[in-house]
Write a protein that binds this ligand. Structure first.
Ligand SMILES: *Cc1c(COP(=O)(O)O)cnc(C)c1O
Length: 396
């Protein structure tokens, strides 16, 4: 072995440990920790009181995930082979018939729709978004409008909206290619998941369930494929804390097989939806971690942050706080804060602006007049204490 080669091997062997040390330190960083990288770009880190949302950077990858991405980044591998192997591992872990990694839940909607429309026929796949000979209609309930319809339309879908079970059954015809279900709207639509699946199976139309934000509690990762949805989608960069540009599409074997050629690296409709070796290995590490992590301990931590913010506001005149757990999506402890805008002469909009103008900036939800919703999920270190203090200053 040449000295140069030996040196390279030695450096490579050391890298994972160094990376782990570096990332475990970085996972403890907060919005107040200095970042020369973001400073050089003139972008100020914020306290995230909104939750796992793409506009604030989603989630923070744990050290295991960063380390897997770092190691993956140092080799060349045949990518289609890695896609299949990682997909198979994720399917095994989540007890799904088959799975694949996409570049986000939104991308999974497009890729899965393309698979339902092409059904493994390469000629039909090449034709998309063209509709000739394609069953291009997608039926969804009005209350299941997700804002991600464009992700189906860009592969050629025409969205058909229905409200009742009768309307759903009557809307199915020989142009129907897929039935779309928005998981978090389960309690709002007239047709519930079980019946939706039954109708799809009886009429031979694949059903897709978008569960992007619904991986809490953890059993939801297994629930919907077991129920019988043909395709089930989760974000990789939300509760799972995988890479931001990752998602899971899982379900029926033939449909997942048909999904691979609809995505990068293969040319065609999904070529722009690239998943790199780093995201593939990062998401797998994230799923493995998520299945082992102590969810009860994390829940307790969130409860303590909720209590801390509520105590900070105790005694502030005219301000009520509540512990709030949203249904289905992001089902974790949050804080709601309410007051009479006229009585306190300050609007929710003004409070939000003051929070954002401070240092560090704090981002929260404004669900309505005199109302704030705070997610403590993505806060780190003692950030919740800063949030409580600043709210007290502004509302006090
Ligand atoms: C977040 C979300 C998406 C998009 O997920 P990405 O992983 O960011 O692409 C799609 N559908 C729903 C319901 C979501 O909440």
């Amino acid at each position: 072995m040449t000295p140069t080669r030996r040196r390279i091997l030695k450096a490579t062997a050391l890298a994972p440990a160094a990376a782990a040390a570096a990332t475990s330190k970085s996972s403890n960083l907060t919005a107040t920790s200095p970042s020369s990288l973001y400073a050089s770009l003139g972008v100020k880190p914020v306290i995230n009181g909104v939750g796992v949302v793409t506009v604030l950077g989603g989630s923070i990858m744990p050290p295991e995930v960063v380390q897997a991405m770092e190691e993956a980044s140092r080799y060349f591998i045949p990518l289609p082979e890695l896609e299949k192997k990682v997909g198979a591992r994720i399917a095994e872990l989540l007890k799904a018939p088959a799975a694949m990694v996409t570049c986000g839940a939104a991308s999974a909607i497009s890729v899965g729709t393309a698979a339902c429309f092409s059904q493994g026929d390469p000629v039909k796949l090449r034709r998309l978004p063209g509709r000739e000979g394609i069953r291009y209609e997608v039926i969804q309930q009005k209350t299941h409008h997700s804002g991600y319809e464009h992700q189906m339309e860009c592969v050629g879908a025409k969205i058909i909206t229905v409200e009742t079970r009768q309307e759903l059954e009557a809307a199915i015809n020989d142009r129907t290619g897929m039935l779309f279900f928005l998981n978090k709207a389960e309690n709002h639509g007239q047709v519930k998941a079980e019946d939706f699946i039954k109708i799809g199976k009886a009429r031979g139309i694949p059903t897709m369930n978008d569960c992007a934000s619904d991986a809490v509690p953890m059993d939801r990762l297994f629930k919907y494929t077991a129920m019988g949805f043909d395709l089930v989608i989760f974000s990789g960069g939300k509760a799972l804390r995988g890479p931001q540009a990752s998602g899971i599409l899982m379900g029926r074997k033939d449909l997942i097989e048909a999904s691979y050629p609809a995505m990068s690296p293969f040319g065609g409709i999904g070529r722009g939806m690239k998943v790199g070796k780093e995201e593939l290995c990062g998401l797998l590490a994230a799923v493995e971690r998520y299945l082992k992590v102590d969810h009860a301990a994390e829940w307790k931590l969130l409860e303590s942050r909720v209590s801390s913010i509520r105590s900070a506001l105790k005694g502030v005149k005219g301000v009520q706080t509540e512990r709030h757990i949203p249904e289905i999506a992001n089902e974790l402890p949050h804080v709601t804060i309410e007051w009479d805008e006229a009585a306190k002469s300050i609007t929710a909009q003004q409070v939000a602006e003051k929070l954002q103008a401070g240092d560090p900036p704090i981002h929260i939800h404004k669900p309505g007049k005199g109302k704030l919703l705070i997610s403590v999920w993505m806060m780190r270190g003692e950030e919740h204490v800063i949030v409580g203090k600043r709210l007290k200053e502004i509302l006090g």
